[in-house]
Design a protein around this ligand. Structure first.
Ligand SMILES: *Cc1c(COP(=O)(O)O)cnc(C)c1O
Length: 272
């Protein structure tokens, strides 16, 4: 039997996933990702229903998002607000399609986001929380939010330092339109599975610690962690949401540095 510490990353596939160009492609990719999720759950005795797959459609054209919808996707993740808003506008006919913003938000974009997002996974400042709360109230809507935590210690990554999260969380009940669901992180982008796992374990431990004195009424259950190259490790460490782009949609043409301003991916070590 293999032990958990042997579960590898799949960063060697990064940039190589074939483009999904038909509903069948999406169905097949969804089934394959789901099967990988299920076996990760099985390895640690978790219920498969306790992990949600969030398909990430950034950079992909509307036509391919429509194929994903036809294959059953009802929530899509976008990293950039303007891109997400544009797609939402042109896909109004799909009334039950919901949107999650998973990338850093500038305060001046909060109003745009309040128009279309149901979920925001990258909250890391009170100024943004205040702006979002105000605009969501104006729209008469509420927003599920995840607090982004920097678990890799990379200076350039977005997210709060773990030690700053408890005080930050205590401020959030003031914002009545924001429903705090849990924490989100991007692990170190590395082929060293052990170091990736440490990032996920840190987020889970932080969540467990925060839950003990969470403000009343705050759930703090969710852990959004893991993407195409590392979601199995994330699930083994307790992820309740995995954000998967390439493994469903195919590789992206734009470099990741466009989305993760930090990540030159200098930590990436090609498995030999
Ligand atoms: C793009 C992105 C993902 C998905 O990455 P893939 O490698 O395409 O699975 C996950 N989380 C965030 C914040 C992203 O920007």
């Amino acid at each position: 039997m293999r032990t958990l510490s042997e579960t590898p990353t799949r960063h060697d596939q990064h940039g190589l996933y074939p483009e999904a160009i038909s509903v069948e492609d999406f169905r097949r990719n969804l089934a394959a990702v789901q099967a990988r999720m299920d076996s990760a759950c099985q390895r640690v005795g978790r219920d498969q229903a306790s992990v949600r797959l969030l398909p990430v459609s950034k950079t992909k054209p509307e036509a391919s998002l429509r194929l994903a919808y036809a294959a059953g996707c009802r929530m899509l993740g976008e990293n950039k607000v303007q891109e997400g808003h544009g797609k939402w506008e042109s896909m109004q006919d799909l009334a039950d399609l919901r949107w999650s913003v998973i990338g850093h938000l500038q305060t001046n974009k909060a109003k745009l986001m309040a128009r279309f997002a149901s979920e925001f996974q990258a909250l890391d400042s009170l100024r943004v929380a205040e702006a979002l709360d105000r605009h969501m109230q104006a729209e008469g809507r509420s927003l599920d939010v995840f607090v982004q935590v920097n678990t890799s210690g990379e200076a350039s990554k977005y997210g709060l330092n773990p030690e700053d999260v408890p005080a930050f969380i205590r401020q959030l009940p003031t914002f009545s339109a924001l429903r705090v669901r849990g924490l989100m992180t991007l692990a170190l982008f590395s082929a060293e599975a052990g170091r990736v796992r440490q990032c996920f374990a840190l987020l889970r431990n932080l969540r467990d610690q925060l839950r003990q004195d969470a403000p009343t009424g705050m759930e703090l259950e969710a852990l959004s962690m893991g993407m195409s190259g590392d979601f199995e490790i994330a699930i083994e460490e307790g992820a309740t949401v995995v954000r998967v782009g390439q493994a469903l949609f195919g590789a992206r043409a734009l470099p990741d540095s466009y989305y993760w301003p930090t990540a030159s991916h200098s930590n990436m070590q090609a498995p030999s």
